[in-house]
Write a protein that binds this ligand. Structure first.
Ligand code: G3H
Ligand code: 13P
Ligand code: ZN
Length: 305
């Protein structure tokens, strides 16, 4: 049975580990994630973006997640970065057990109003809600360091936001960005800011843009022709510090994308005459399983059923 995220995340924050939230777009990614989580007995969040829902179709995603949830570990089906209220309402009605409303780019008051509305709809059906405050973006998206600083989550506002909305988890901006190009130069997370947020907010916190952009996987993909110059992810030690200061859900998409890409490229290059999709996709699935296991070990969520 699919379960809501709120109780899992509360337990994770109290126990100082984080639940992995993997972005899923198709059967191969889902199977890889489930193989890893089941082997390590880790709770797992299967999250689908609005783009994933458009690509795969909500009924297919719900049906696949229900099958996945027959495993002997807690499985959550979550909407990642929901912005379209029609999609969020449909997901709540279709069997999703957790949704994110991403109002991070809206003015504060509007973010509060809409998050509150989503909480009302979701909680009426036992569905958990993640919200976001502060803007996630790469260093190159800002003209100056001051602008960038202003985009990060304000600790005082975070605590007001939680009180005003009643959301179950809060995504915070502390210097990460989505994708494979997170930092210019040395990776840097604002851990003192997170520490301050964690002192004021007892609700589980969420780290987006948390992929490590694993060097060996990047090298493998590059070896088979992918162009990934200057790709740079979050350091393992920063993930460990983040968990110490309240991060209870860690979002991973890019690391799986890189593994998928490396696996497919390798299979196609090594066996140019193969036309069986299964022979092309199975190695990608194996590589994604290995990467998902590494993430679970990093988050210390194994054996936390
Ligand atoms: O946060 C974004 C996730 O990586 C999902 O990306 O919207 O391209 O599916 P997507
Ligand atoms: P990455 O791009 O670092 O994998 O982040 C994924 C994410 O935050 C999805 O919401
Ligand atoms: Zn995200």
């Amino acid at each position: 049975m699919l379960v809501p995220s709120a109780p899992l995340l509360k337990r994770a924050r109290a126990g100082k580990y984080a639940v992995p939230a993997f972005n899923v777009n198709n059967l191969e990614i889902l199977k890889a994630v489930m193989t890893a989580a089941t082997a390590l007995k880790s709770p797992v969040i299967i999250q689908t973006s609005e783009g994933a829902i458009e690509y795969a179709g909500m009924p297919y995603l719900v049906a696949m997640a229900r099958v996945a949830a027959e495993a002997s570990i807690p499985v959550v089906l979550h909407v990642d970065h929901g912005k379209d209220l029609t999609i969020l309402k449909a997901a709540i009605g279709a069997g999703y057990t957790s949704v994110m409303f991403d109002g991070s780019k809206l003015p504060y008051a509007q973010n509060v109003t809409i998050t509150k509305q989503v909480v009302k709809w979701a909680h009426a059906k036992g569905v958990s809600v993640e919200a976001e405050l502060g803007v996630l973006a790469g260093i190159e998206d800002f003209v100056s360091a001051t602008d960038r600083e202003a985009s990060l989550t304000d600790p005082v506002q975070a605590s007001e936001f939680i009180r005003a909305t009643g959301c179950d988890a809060l995504a915070v901006a502390i210097g990460t960005a989505h994708g494979a190009y997170k930092f210019k130069g040395m990776p840097h997370l604002d851990i003192p800011r997170l520490k301050e947020i964690a002192t004021r907010v007892k609700t589980p916190l969420v780290l987006h843009g948390a992929s490590g952009v694993l060097e060996d996987v990047v090298k493998l993909a590059e070896h088979y022709g992918a162009e990934l110059m200057d790709a740079r992810g979050v350091l393992d030690k920063d993930i460990a510090s983040a968990i110490k200061y309240g991060i209870a859900k860690v979002n991973i998409d890019t690391d799986l994308r890189l593994a998928f890409t490396a696996g497919v490229r390798e299979a196609v290059a090594d066996f140019p005459s193969v036309i069986d999709p299964r022979k092309i996709l199975a190695p990608a699935m194996t590589l994604m399983t290995e990467v998902a296991k590494r993430k679970i070990r990093l988050l210390k969520s194994g054996n936390k059923r």
